[in-house]
Design a protein around this ligand. Structure first.
Ligand code: CA
Length: 588
């Protein structure tokens, strides 16, 4: 076959349904296209809301397992993936950078891809992966050695792969990429190793790097291989050379607001944790110790990577309050278009959709120690005595004063995504009520080594619960209801037009609550702890729900006294799919 004929044949094949391609339109309409789930967050605004209501409060009791799929192997670590569903196939990622394609009709495996990982990877917080992205005929995901890989949707063969950053320096990658207008966009992980947070965009077809945007002031962005603009102003909020290893990892990926054509990534903690080394230990009238843009949400032009606006949730950060949590575009019950985000620092923020300007903030956990509240500019009202003390001020210079701090560094809310219901106008926020003893120590940067300058022990605050799923009104900040759970919540939440709120617990229960009252309507024991993210879709006139079970993540590794409280939980690795049979949809 000559090249001309081959091209003509390929052209024909491309237009046939057997070679279906996910388009920008598919991504843009994902929330409303209920027979498939092609984006992380069930829509790039990350609302995790489905308009499906076949499954509802009246019939959820009839939801039954359809099939379960084992990830196999002995690599049973935390399973945090969100499944994607396209063209009869479910795609999931697994611990240790694995990918599985599964027949949604039967639960049988179609292909599996295992990334070959080098010795010496440095994931801080378990070997998890939170999901992939689909565009064209490819599946994209990131690996623990900080690579981005494009696989053929049908075969699992590698189409291209590229290095995001050097794993030996402490970089890794675990978030789901996001695709906007043909660019596959990733962040990076490694904030505990003095890396520099960055967002990168590549051509989805070829893998070619289009732009990069570092998150720490003083670093230069790039566009098509050339320097573009500097992030911020050199040394405006960082002393000396500290910005060079300033952290701000973009480890939770991004969201996209189509209405304003804005890509939003969060930046993690400034490095090191010891705030006194970054000029952040004392308040300064000119805010020169704020350490931008760490602990911030940063809005970018998706075509160029230029910064449109930023909002720093925790200036002078000193508690590992990463600013990475998802920013969700929503319309409130009065018709106002806004953003919302629930921060590690314990406050739930509402921002203006046009320019990220602060609107309001309220605590979403109890007994916050480090700030009295948020002022009307969005800046925390710090309680200075609640900052871990400066080791340089200690008699031996070795350990600063220990303070009790709540939330703990694992956050009022960590990575586990919240959901927004267009039905109730409420956010369903998976939070945790816990605190920590924290102190600072001296530290110097060493490539590839932990760069904290802090020690800590996490402890529960209440005897009978840590996890707390709250229904929060984004107009008033009011908690409409709360569902308490003994173990910390570490999995995603989903809500539906059927009036249901789905989430899982480390104890293994997959639960459906009433979206208006928080009453438990259904639950199923999955056999291991749930730290994954549920989805729902419709197929042949029936509604399906999937979630992965497999206990792990940061809590067992970093959770101190909380970790020892939950060390009885069994590991696993099982993807569950549930179905509401047609004949039971009207029964109850
Ligand atoms: Ca961190």
């Amino acid at each position: 076959m000559n090249r001309f004929v081959a091209a003509a044949v390929l052209g024909l094949l491309a237009s046939s349904p057997a070679f279906a391609q996910v388009t920008e339109e598919d991504l843009a309409n994902d929330q409303m296209t209920t027979h498939q789930v092609v984006t992380n967050g069930m829509g790039r605004h990350l609302q995790r809301y489905s308009p499906l209501d076949m499954l509802n409060k009246d019939n959820v009791a009839n939801l039954v397992p359809a099939w379960a799929f084992s990830l196999g192997g002995e690599k049973q670590r935390g399973q945090e993936t969100q499944p994607l569903v396209y063209d009869g196939i479910m795609y999931i990622t697994g611990s240790y950078s694995r990918v599985y394609a599964i027949d949604i009709a039967t639960g049988r495996e179609i292909w599996q891809y295992d990334a070959r990982l080098p010795e010496g990877i440095l994931p801080c917080c378990d070997v998890v992966n939170r999901g992939g992205a689909i565009y064209g005929d490819k599946f994209f995901f990131g690996t623990l050695d900080a690579r981005i890989v494009a696989l053929d949707l049908k075969t699992g063969d590698v189409v291209w792969r590229d290095k995001i950053a050097e794993y030996k320096e402490g970089y890794s990658y675990t978030a789901a990429p996001i695709v906007v207008n043909g660019l596959v966009i990733t962040g990076n992980s490694g904030g505990e190793f003095g890396i520099v947070g960055e967002v990168q965009a590549r051509d989805a077809e070829t893998g070619e790097l289009v732009w990069t945007r570092p998150m720490i002031e003083g670093h230069m962005g790039t566009y098509k291989g050339e320097p573009s603009t500097m992030t911020g102003t050199l040394n405006a909020t960082w002393p000396g050379d500290m910005w060079k290893t300033g952290g701000g990892a973009t480890w939770l990926g991004g969201s996209y607001d189509a209405d304003t054509d804005t890509l939003i990534f969060g930046a993690g903690n400034p490095a090191p944790w010891n705030s006194h080394l970054r000029g952040a230990g004392e308040p300064k009238p000119d805010n020169s110790g704020d350490n931008l843009y760490a602990a911030s949400r940063v809005a970018l032009d998706p075509a160029t990577g230029e910064i449109k606006w930023h909002f720093q949730t925790t200036p002078r950060e000193g508690w590992d309050f990463d600013g990475v949590n998802e920013v969700v575009a929503f319309t409130d019950q009065d018709g106002n278009r806004k953003f919302a985000t629930a921060d590690r620092n314990g406050f739930f923020y509402v921002l203006n959709r046009e320019d990220g300007a602060f609107i309001d903030a309220w605590p979403f956990v109890r007994d916050i120690t480090w700030a009295e509240g948020i002022d009307d500019t969005g800046r925390p009202i710090f309680i200075e005595e609640a900052r871990p003390g400066n080791p340089a001020a200690a008699a031996d210079g070795a350990k600063g004063e220990t303070v009790w701090s709540a939330p703990s560094f694992l956050g009022g809310k960590n990575w586990q995504p919240m959901a927004f219901s267009q039905r109730t106008g409420l956010f369903y926020v998976p939070s945790n009520e816990w605190g920590m003893d924290i102190w600072n120590e001296p530290i110097t940067y060493k490539k590839g080594a932990a760069y904290l300058g802090a020690g800590f022990t996490i402890k529960p605050v209440f005897e009978d619960f840590i996890g707390s799923l709250k229904a929060i009104d984004p107009v008033t900040g009011e908690w409409k209801w709360e569902y308490q759970n003994p173990a910390p919540l570490w999995g995603g939440v989903m809500t539906t037009a059927g009036g249901l709120v789905f989430f899982g617990t480390p104890e293994g229960e997959f639960v459906a609550l009433d979206d208006e009252t928080g009453e438990k309507l259904w639950s199923f024991q999955t056999g291991s702890g749930i730290v994954g993210q549920p989805i729902t879709w419709e197929q042949d006139g029936e509604q399906y729900v999937s979630v992965i079970s497999g206990w792990g993540g940061a809590v067992p590794l970093w959770g101190g006294e909380v970790a020892s409280k939950v060390n009885y939980l069994n590991q696993g690795g099982l993807l569950w799919t549930f179905r509401l049979p047609k004949e039971l949809a009207s029964a109850n």
